[in-house]
Design a binder for this molecule. Structure first.
Ligand code: CU
Length: 313
């Protein structure tokens, strides 16, 4: 059964998933029954009505009321069932329960950013409690993206200059993957995030500690946390290996050659500029895939990251 599940549909981990899957299965199985029936009928008729002698003549049949009504009414009923069922599901997906917990989601080339009521911001990770409806209020800072969580059977476009929303209720603690399903440029296929579902109690603790965590941390430690929380390490290693971006190892003070031929020394202002507007100077040999953190990281946070980067050598 599990192997079949893997092959067929992803695990169903939201309250709406079962109904969506039931409709999907209904369409799938009905189509299969018709496919088999029609193909069988074709073979049967080919055999039954094949020409048996020189004198076989095709009879003239103009129409058959009973047959015509049957083959119109049955598909009509099936289509109306699919329509009614689908429309009910669609309305349910479009109207979030009024007690939903709201989180802001921002799509940008090429990451997902989440902002919570207590001011906490996380990149690439959406933290939610189980058994509670979550409403995402989404927008994009550049092009059209699309927020898709297969495990929850939800998908919704994320647009620049306008809010869209989607809601879900996770049924079990664990992790699920978010994909961007609207082609948005070079690193579109990397534009993923995960939903981390906590039990109710864990979520309370997470909320309380996440919001307070930054206050009073020494800059280097805060910087290290921010680098993790903002998914920098998906593109920057600290061990000297080049990922999508240059390594952070020994970054401070090194000479870096740019695409336009200039050589810069990595100092505070260069790092700050690289984080806020990465496209303004591109390091030679790399693609312009780093998302701008303008609006995501404030001055204190950038200073902390710089302090942390100084320590990696
Ligand atoms: Cu995208």
């Amino acid at each position: 059964m599990n192997r079949f599940q893997d092959f067929y549909l992803p695990p169903a981990k939201s309250t709406v998933a079962a109904d969506t899957d039931a409709l999907f299965n209904f369409v799938h199985i009905t189509s299969l029954i018709f496919l088999i029936g029609i193909v069988a009928a074709i073979f049967y008729f080919v055999y039954k009505y094949k020409r048996r002698s020189e004198h076989d003549v095709t009879p003239v049949i103009t129409h058959n009321n009973a047959l015509e009504i049957t083959w119109s009414v049955i598909p009509f009923i099936l289509v109306m069932i699919v329509f009614g069922w689908g429309f009910r599901g669609y309305l349910n997906l479009r109207t979030a329960p009024t007690d939903a917990y709201e989180v802001r989601a921002i799509g940008k080339k090429w990451l997902w950013e989440f902002r919570y009521a207590n001011g906490f911001v996380s990149v690439g990770e959406l933290h939610v409690p189980e058994d509670r409806p979550i409403k995402l209020i989404m927008n994009s800072t550049d092009v059209i993206h699309s927020f898709y969580v297969p495990d929850y059977r939800i998908k919704r476009d994320v647009l620049p200059g306008r809010y869209s929303s989607v809601w879900f209720e996770a049924t079990e603690p664990g992790e699920s993957t978010v994909f961007c399903t609207e082609y948005c440029g070079t690193a579109h296929s990397n534009m993923m995030a995960k939903v981390v579902v906590h039990t109710k109690e864990d979520f309370e603790t997470w909320m309380a500690t996440a919001a307070l965590a930054d206050a009073g941390l020494p800059p280097v430690e805060l910087g290290q946390q921010l680098v993790q929380r903002n998914a920098c390490q998906t593109c920057h290693s600290i061990d000297g290996s080049a990922l999508q971006g240059p390594t952070f190892k020994g970054i401070f003070g090194r000479q870096q050659k740019m695409e336009d031929g200039t050589v810069v020394t990595v100092d505070e202002n260069y790092i700050r500029q690289s984080i806020l507007q990465p496209q303004s100077q591109i390091v030679e040999g790399y693609l312009p895939v780093m998302p701008p953190y303008q609006g995501t990281l404030n001055d204190d946070q950038i200073s902390a990251i710089i302090e942390y980067l100084k320590t990696i050598d």
